[in-house]
Design a protein around this ligand. Sequence first.
Ligand code: IPM
Ligand code: MG
Length: 353
Amino acid sequence: MIKIVTIPGDGIGSEVVASALQVLSALEEKHGLEIETEEHLFGGASYDVHGEMLTEETLDACKNCDAVLLGAVGGPKWENLPHEKKPEAALLRIRKELGLFANFRPAKVYDALLNASSLKPDILSGTDFMVIRELTGGIYFGQPRGYDRERGWNTMVYEQHEVERIARLAFETAMKRQKRLTSIDKANVLECSQFWRNIVHEVHKDFPEVELNDMYVDNAAMQVVRDPKQFDVIVTKNLFGDIISDISGMITGSLGMLPSASIGSDHALYEPIHGSAPDIAGQNKANPIATIASVAMMFEHSLSMQHIADEIYTAIERVLESGMRTADIANSGDSIVSTTEITDAITANLEVS
Ligand code: IPM
Ligand code: MG
């Protein structure tokens, strides 16, 4: 029995998670899997009922399952809450409590969508790299932090074991791919980054087959746009990874396409990269592909069923090749389909393949 906790969250979250569940139940039937799903509240949806974004009940459920599937959290309704009560703070807490220290964000271009990107097709074509972002350390969590009337401050700090475990995972990932790793830092300015770099090089000794390349974060941001094909695996700290993964995501056309996996030693959480998009919530317009692809990542990383993950990716590709487009990936002249229409098409494709 596979136990999955689903957290639709806010905004378009419930629509895209519903799409993912439809795909999941088609796969369950096709492969005779036994999947139990259990829905929990998180974010604004939880705040409105319980007065807190993340309850102990939701946290416990997330700790007692094989994987968590999250839609999106947040929205204008909860924006003016004090900092520590905001949905973002709850997201950081869930990452920390579940020990999700590694965040995988693939930047892979679907051929059918080459024209959806702001980059020229020949620069983009063939791009396929993985950003691995450290997720439970660095400036996001460092103490002291705060602000008063005169000053604001945060602390960027990494422990040796935090850098070592993410570096190891990045080298292992590179070994399964093209064996090229780019470590992104700001070692020319930040001591914390020099420390990061030293440890990455230490770990490299255990993976001599991997070609390691250090890159400053400003240059990396430029290189991702200039020549994205040069990258295979990128590893970087929390804050730099936040920025680089958005740039990398967008070159592929739409954040609506991109899944993510947040992984720790005992738990895992899968979610689309995009946010809750309150402007289109409840209108059956959202692109569910990122969430459906997050289910594929779940089959890869948590359930070790690569063949099912591949089936999902193939179904997505076929549907895109057939010309179906949600609004976010449509060019002028394309006819636009709804969330449920594209989900039905992907599900039908899975059933026949
Ligand atoms: C992300 C988001 C979050 C982050 C926010 C919402 C806290 O931007 O997952 O990339 O900065 O980590
Ligand atoms: Mg971000």
